[in-house]
Ligand binder design. Sequence first.
Ligand code: ZN
Length: 146
Amino acid sequence: MDTDGAPDAFPRPVAEIESYHAHIYYETAIMRDRAARLRTLIGERFSARIGRWRDTPVGPHPLPMFQVAFAPDVFALFVPWLMLNRDGLTVLVHPNTDNPQADHLVHALWLGMRLDLDGSGLPVSMRALGEAHDPIEPNTEPVFMP
Ligand code: ZN
């Protein structure tokens, strides 16, 4: 149901997806080193906004991680590249629609081990809160083909 009580459209159009996040998790120092290498490789190959290191768990995420935010047109190259190059790290890829809770808990895909997220603090409607997703302003300068 959406906020005015009307049934959600089904099937939902992919145009509801404003952007995606990839969250790259690590636990040990060795995994953090791998995450750092992956972070560099991503920045050299994809137009994206790479977030800061989160060395303590934050929000719904049960492990340290960093986030890569990217536009829908980057998905078709970036996600297959992650499949081949995640180097044993667990990666959560989720869409960003009006419903962050469902984006994380229902509509996500996982590369590697699936982790338990705590979605209790995530809103079910950004619009209802008068909020919006940040536009993707890339902070990378790709120099290599993926
Ligand atoms: Zn996210």
